[in-house]
Write a protein that binds this ligand. Structure first.
Ligand SMILES: [Zn+2]
Length: 395
């Protein structure tokens, strides 16, 4: 193939960072394979391979199958070359993992931690936990390529700072990437907990689907949007905040955001618990609601199903805007069994147009409580292996 006629879609000059993306599928390839795929000169390919070998990100992967004569060497991506730290901080817990560059978990921990203790307590704790976990995985901070962290509140995407997070006193506008980056010496990617759940669920369970909505139903309600295969955060990072969309007929219900009639004020685990407590049942939070449903409490089951209908009414609007092929329901209340999802299905299928629901699946989370950590890992890996980061590493 002449050099001025590369395959369609491949840039004429493929830098090392772009070239590396071809190898991220971990398939071993020969120099000749890579010349054929890229349409680039053999000498260019050789220098790209040398540059990547020097970082350890690719390595010889044995010999290709014989086609007669000398068998050529193959090269493949080495996900173990470096590691990332993945952190999922909730209201009262911290899940952490050290993973390789294919998001395989090498060491993990799950500890109680109150986010309301503030950044002065939580961030030094994360730094200590990170060092402990790296040691447990037999690695050190020099192996660390990036950190991905999810926070239980709104995060401004361009700065990685939480903005007016309702359940995180003391965290408003705190420079989380700056503080952690100064301690651990790597890039720190921050997002809200629902976005990293959406990313984790998509990568681990639905990678063949390009349009997915993940809805977390727990103390609050939020959604993460995967559209055209990528996480969509919107202009500031606030996309998917479905918890404060309004529910018809609920104008009298006040919400913690200052507005009234919000979905979260009517249908969150906390809202259902409060309503059941008013009926004299012992329900203080989402976990109590789940326990009541599991013990076959009729009032709790009916309340969760109605919450599902209210959520489904709002999701029907989301379906009209986004046309997802899968809606994944996660969060503590999803553990209440079929009642929540049955209510959601009922409302979505009733209120959406047939073309949008023809192939729509509404399911519970497969990655479950691991979704956040896996998504945080994917976010960190995507940054560490981006063309720009690889070019900086090999430049
Ligand atoms: Zn609200």
């Amino acid at each position: 193939m002449p050099i001025d006629d590369p395959p369609r879609g491949v840039p004429l000059s493929l830098g090392t960072g772009e070239f590396f993306q071809l190898l991220r599928d971990r398939e071993p390839r020969t120099r000749a394979d890579l010349v054929a795929i890229t349409g680039q000169a053999r000498s260019t390919i050789a220098s790209r391979i040398d540059a990547l070998m020097s970082t350890g990100l690719i390595a010889p992967a044995g010999m290709a199958g014989s086609t007669g004569g000398r068998r050529p060497a193959t090269f493949a991506f080495q996900p173990g070359a470096r590691v990332v730290l993945a952190v999922d901080l909730g209201a009262t817990h911290a899940r952490l993992a050290v993973t390789d560059l294919a998001s395989t978990v090498l060491a993990a921990s799950d500890e109680p931690l109150s986010i309301a203790a503030g950044p002065g307590v939580v961030l030094p704790w994360v730094v200590r936990a990170c060092r402990d976990l790296l040691a447990a995985a037999g690695r050190d901070t020099a192996d660390l390529a990036a950190i991905g962290i999810g926070l239980p509140g709104p995060v401004e995407h361009s700065t990685g700072r939480p903005i007016n997070p309702p359940i995180m006193p003391g965290w408003d506008d705190v420079d989380v990437p700056g503080i952690l980056g100064a301690e651990l010496g790597v890039a720190v990617l921050v997002d809200n907990d629902v976005n990293i759940m959406a990313l984790g669920e998509h990568r681990t369970a639905w990678s063949d689907v390009s349009d997915l909505l993940l809805v977390k139903v727990s103390t609050g309600i939020g959604a993460g949007i995967i559209a055209d295969g990528a996480l969509r955060r919107g202009a500031q990072g606030a996309a998917g905040d479905v918890g404060h969309m309004s529910v018809p007929g609920a104008d009298h219900v006040p919400c913690r955001c200052g507005n009234t009639g919000c979905l979260e004020a009517v249908a969150s685990g906390q809202a259902v618990a409060t309503a059941l407590a008013a009926q004299g049942l012992e329900a203080a939070d989402s976990a109590d609601v789940v326990a009541l449903v599991r013990s076959r409490g009729a009032a709790a089951s009916q309340a969760v199903r109605q919450a599902g209908r209210d959520i489904g009414g709002v999701l029907a609007s989301c379906v009209s805007v986004l046309n997802p092929s899968v809606i994944v329901i996660g969060g503590v209340v999803a553990d209440a069994g079929e009642h929540l999802i049955a209510g959601i299905r009922e409302a979505v299928y009733r209120r959406s147009l047939p073309l949008a629901t023809q192939h729509l699946r509404i399911v519970t989370s497969r990655a479950r409580e691991g979704a956040g950590v896996l998504g945080a890992s994917a976010m960190a890996v995507d940054h560490a292996l981006s063309p720009a980061a690889i070019d900086a590493l090999t430049g």
